[in-house]
Design a protein around this ligand. Structure first.
Ligand code: GAR
Length: 312
């Protein structure tokens, strides 16, 4: 089981989305845990809720502080808690460029509209003023622009004839509480899902000269045209529960040496005979630089002579 993502949640008020993330994190095999809840208002009710659930909290008023200085303190607290991902959940503060850059690609925000519609404040009033028949909520990756950035998920709700900003806010929040935990779980596992791992393996393999892909033994295999297979991607092959890259190595000795070096990462693939293959587990933070070098060596072992001479 890969380690769970360590999420820091930033709030300004009630923290109902934070609570939704927290309680979802306690269900079954949720891939993230909440390790810190921080607020720019020490009185934010959500801090009490989190503390009551045994979660570390940090509350500090931003009043009278420069934005960048305040954000630097928040980043330091998040780092101290070992946070890997940040979830903004009703955090009503513009972020400094420094904060956004520090957490680039690891910070999500929830906004109570179907972005790109109705960015900024007073969203529900804007939805009513515009005569919308539906609204909803959006989770997106945080970028320097407010309520911008790649959209990861949306949930839609109907706007009803007698809706007010308050009734809309309530129903949008019901939807938010469903959406945020799911999108966050998908986001933190995006790089460890088999499809993503295969995509990375494929990219590295097909970048090698005359490399091509063909299914073999029920798995995507990579070979050198006019030569042999040098790599396979296997996912739960013969029900072994492992997502791995199998690479040709120079012989049994090299395979044995790698396994002896690190048997949590390398293994002897079943059904691959004594020809000199090693399995590399991919789900626990693969070392892609090492894999790239090993893949090039595997390619060279399998390439016809005229190609194997090429510098790669
Ligand atoms: C949520 O509805 C969230 O979408 C909104 O604040 C509310 C916080 O509620 N966020 C924004 O408006 C951000 N611009 P909560 O504290 O109960 O989660």
């Amino acid at each position: 089981m890969p380690e769970k993502a360590r999420v820091g949640v930033l709030i300004s008020g009630r923290g109902s989305n934070m609570a939704a993330l927290l309680y979802a994190s306690r269900l079954g095999d949720c891939p993230y845990e909440i390790v810190l809840v921080a607020a720019n208002d020490p009185q934010a009710p959500g801090l009490k809720l989190a503390a009551g659930e045994g979660i570390a909290t940090f509350g500090l008023s931003h009043l009278g502080m420069k934005r960048a200085a305040f954000d630097a303190i928040i980043t330091a607290e998040l780092e101290r808690a070992g946070v890997t991902h940040v979830a903004l959940a009703g955090y009503m503060r513009l972020l400094s460029p420094e904060f956004v850059a520090h957490w680039q690609g690891r910070c999500l925000n929830i906004h109570p509209s179907l972005l790109p519609k109705h960015k900024g404040l007073h969203t529900h009033q804007a939805v009513l003023d515009a005569g919308e028949t539906e609204t909803g909520c959006t989770i997106h990756i945080v970028t320097p622009e407010l309520d911008d950035g790649p959209i990861l998920g949306q949930a839609r709700i109907a706007v009803l004839p007698r809706d007010t900003p308050e009734t809309l806010a309530t129903r949008v929040q019901y939807a938010e509480h469903q959406l945020y935990p799911r999108v966050l779980a998908d986001f933190v596992t995006a790089n460890t899902r088999p499809e993503a791992l295969l995509a990375r393996v494929r990219e590295l393999a097909l970048a090698l000269p005359a490399a091509a892909e063909k299914r073999s033994h029920g798995s995507p295999g990579f070979y050198v045209e006019g030569g042999k297979f040098f790599a396979y991607f296997t996912d739960n092959h013969h029900g072994d529960g492992i997502t791995a890259l199998l690479l040709k190595v120079s012989g049994l000795d090299e395979a044995a040496m790698l396994i002896e070096q690190d048997d949590s990462r390398y293994f002897r693939p079943k059904y691959f005979g004594p020809a000199g293959w090693v399995g590399i587990k991919l789900t626990d933070g693969p070392d892609w630089a090492a894999i790239e070098a090993m893949m090039a060596a595997a390619w060279r072992l399998c390439a016809p002579k005229r190609l194997a001479m090429l510098p790669i």
